[in-house]
Design a protein around this ligand. Structure first.
Ligand code: NAP
Length: 230
């Protein structure tokens, strides 16, 4: 059974990605801070879902993840690093602490995750980052989303750097820059906006991409949006 780690698996796009992968016969390790939805995921897929409750902004989470993989004797065929945080605040009111939190949650989480899991990634594995159209070069930008968009833009460039760094180990790294998807995060950023894509549709797309597309793409930053990006 192939094993894929999905971060942010407690709700929204991450939960739907986890469910799609589990429905296709993958083992999923779901990670998020909320224990209840993760417990429900494990109960729904007792033979294939493992979960870890942890905060990706907390160093101890990575040691606990490593301990879980060691205890279950698991290696990884993929990582879908989907967990992310959003802040919608005017630029002049965005504090250093806000910037640090967004960079920690959206960029440093990816750095720490890949660094800590690298030795457990199988040859042929796919590391997939979930970025945003806000962090895609040349896309339309929105007031209030500077820290979020910059953190996702940095995640895009990390994709290219890691693809070069890990090519020798036959590990592919890609980034999907999502447009609007109907989730709690979208509702917080753009209250009342109706997205053209539901979370379960995007989860299915990401699950399929994570499990297949590294045969065709490596080091790519790909826009996944119905809207004209400019
Ligand atoms: N929805 C959109 O329109 C849209 C557009 C572009 C990009 N995206 C990206 O798509 C990804 C998923 O977004 P979504 O809309 O599904 O968001 P969401 O509904 O807010 O879900 C975010 C997920 O990330 C987890 N998470 C957040 N911070 C975490 C932390 N510090 N440690 C561990 N887990 C953490 C949350 O779980 P807990 O709270 O339980 O920890 C939750 O499972 C994000 O990276 C987002 O930036 C979304």
């Amino acid at each position: 059974m192939k094993t894929i780690l999905v971060t942010g698996a407690s709700r929204g796009i991450g939960l739907e990605t986890a469910n799609w992968l589990l429905s296709k016969g993958f083992r999923v390790i779901g990670l998020a801070r909320s224990a209840k939805p993760l417990d429900a995921l494990r109960k729904a897929w007792p033979d294939a879902a493992e979960t870890l409750t942890g905060d990706l902004c907390d160093d101890t989470t990575y040691a606990r993840l490593d301990a879980l993989l060691a205890e279950k004797d698991l290696t990884l065929d993929g990582i879908v690093h989907n967990a992310g945080a959003l802040l919608n605040k005017p630029f002049t009111e965005t504090s250093d602490a806000d910037w640090q939190y967004l960079l920690d949650a959206n960029l440093m989480s990816a750095v720490r995750l890949v660094r800590s899991c690298k030795s457990r990634l199988n040859s042929g594995a796919h590391v997939l980052f979930i970025g945003s159209m806000g962090g895609y070069q040349g896309s339309s930008k929105f007031p209030g989303l500077a820290a979020y968009s910059v953190s996702k833009g940095a995640l895009s460039i990390l994709t290219e750097c890691l693809a070069a760094e890990m090519a020798g180990d036959q590990i592919s790294v890609n980034c999907l820059c999502l447009g609007a998807v109907q989730t709690e995060m979208l509702e917080a950023a753009f209250p009342g906006l109706k997205a053209p894509v539901e979370a379960h549709q995007m989860g299915a797309y990401i699950g399929k991409f994570a499990s297949e597309a590294h045969r065709f793409f490596n080091g790519k930053i790909l826009p996944v949006s119905l809207a004209d990006p400019t």
